[in-house]
Design a protein around this ligand. Structure first.
Ligand code: FAD
Length: 424
């Protein structure tokens, strides 16, 4: 019988992978522990660059890092499977291939796209949460250009070239700006006979402003930037109905389109709701100041699935990569404290920098009273996020992709997501 303490990490995103790296580095033989991570993909995805993959700026494999290649991989087990359930009382995780026991666990299962307001009849919509989504979006956009260039009917052609992004939060704004650059800087140069006037890019947002949590001056800058770039921004608007090739806005206006990118927000991984712990309105489990799940000894949470409230300010930690990384370090450290019987560390978060990319060459940045706009802000974004990439090989690939894009433009190869037949 294995007498070692079993530490289990669920999910290999920012929270899970950074927890793993911390524990691999700090666990000592005296801790007498066995470390295991379970995730449904065999790689870590650098999600803040997904919109750049979706718009062809970065190659998909550049932002995916195989977990088994992590430094110190001889000190942990990796199991690629889907988690189905966690039984806190029996300390057992059920997966698609069996059961796994634990003494200490870190839940880092992230979030999923919120589809609560998505009309089930809406077709041709794409979410952007993982690498597969990003690859589908890129191929679909290129396919629309391939179809449009040979389409004789003007109405059909315009429909194919109308791209709608639903949701003007961080992800929606970054996605629509990147989409605009992809279309105007690359696709329209390759598909030369397409009339620029036939292309429409629309951003739809139910709130009266874009990225409602952003500083007002920055919000105004971003709004002007999007308009200057020819993006139609529809505020106080929501998709009320969807059909095969059309959407209806606010119950009245119809837009003919084959493409809706649905980025209206996230909810915590739905699996958490069934675990019996207290959850908030978007399904995140409440955690205490040590990132522990109240009433469940040895259970910790990090990232998008944790609801942590700063008691002094009443603010809840937002779903951001940097938050997940810091939480991962605290949660892992507290597991070591549990094992060693030492003092635990409290988690806190303060005013984090705000930074949003606006396509290939622009961004906005704010930290306290400092505000920066344009390429310099984009450069800060590139530097800050490159440093979060977990290994030198992938960091080099990402930087090379950016340079190649700058010199040669984005790749417009259409990779169909199906088996080829001779008549295709
Ligand atoms: C397009 C996009 C742009 C973004 N831009 C930014 C940005 O600019 N700045 C920023 O700070 N943040 C950004 N974010 C948010 C940031 O990526 C998240 O806050 C961060 O990834 C959260 O980390 P996490 O570990 O909680 O979840 P994730 O990184 O999503 O990891 C969750 C992990 O759990 C695995 N998993 C899920 N369900 C199961 C299951 N049932 N069984 C097994 N494994 C499972 C997943 O495969 C994944 O490995 C962006 C996100 C997206 C999608």
């Amino acid at each position: 019988m294995d007498s070692r303490s079993k530490i289990l990490i669920l999910g290999a995103g920012f929270g899970g992978t950074y927890s793993l790296m911390y524990l691999v580095k700090h666990l000592k033989p005296d801790d007498n522990s066995k470390l295991t991570i379970i995730s449904d993909d065999n790689f870590f995805t650098f999600a803040p660059m997904l919109h750049e993959v979706a718009m062809g700026a970065i190659d998909p494999r550049s932002i995916a890092f195989p977990i088994r290649k992590l430094k110190g991989s001889e000190r942990f087990n990796f199991i690629q499977t889907a988690v189905k359930d966690v039984d806190f009382s029996r300390r057992i995780v059920t997966t698609a291939i069996g059961e796994e026991e634990y003494d200490y666990i870190i839940l880092a299962l992230g979030s999923v796209s919120s589809l609560a307001e998505c009309d089930p009849n809406l077709q041709n919509y794409y979410t952007l949460k993982n690498l597969h989504d990003a690859m589908l979006i890129r191929n679909h956009i290129i396919e629309m250009f391939e179809q449009a260039i040979v389409e004789k009917n003007t109405e059909n052609r315009k429909r194919m070239l109308t791209f709608v992004v639903s949701g003007a939060g961080y992800t929606g704004v970054q996605t629509v700006a990147e989409l605009r650059d992809f279309v105007h800087n690359d696709l329209l140069k390759v598909y030369r006979s397409i009339n620029h006037e036939d292309v429409r890019i629309i951003l739809i947002e139910p709130q009266p402003k874009i990225i409602h949590e952003m500083h007002t001056k920055m919000g105004a800058y971003v709004m002007n930037y999007l308009k200057k770039k020819g993006i139609d921004v529809w505020l106080k608007s929501r998709i009320t109905q969807g059909q095969e090739n059309q959407i209806e806005i606010n119950g009245e206006t119809g837009i003919d389109t084959n493409t809706v990118i649905w980025v209206t927000g996230v909810v915590a991984n739905p699996l958490l709701a069934a675990l019996g712990a207290k959850i908030d309105n978007i399904g995140r489990i409440f955690v205490d100041e040590y990132l522990g799940v109240t009433g469940n000894q040895g259970v910790y949470e990090t990232g998008d699935c944790a609801h942590f409230e700063n008691r002094k300010t009443g603010k809840v930690a937002p779903p951001r990569a940097h938050m997940a990384v810091r939480q991962a370090k605290i949660a892992s450290r507290n597991i070591l404290a549990d094992i060693r019987g030492t003092a635990k560390k409290r988690y806190y978060f303060s005013d984090a920098p705000e930074i949003i990319t606006l396509g290939a060459a622009s961004a906005v940045f704010r930290f306290r009273t400092i505000r920066l706009y344009g390429f310099f802000a984009r450069f800060i974004w590139m530097a800050a996020y490159s440093l979060l990439v977990i290994d030198a090989h992938k960091r080099t690939r990402i930087i090379t992709d950016w340079l190649l894009e700058l010199i040669f433009g984005r790749d417009t190869t259409l990779l169909k997501d199906k088996k080829y037949k001779y008549d295709d």
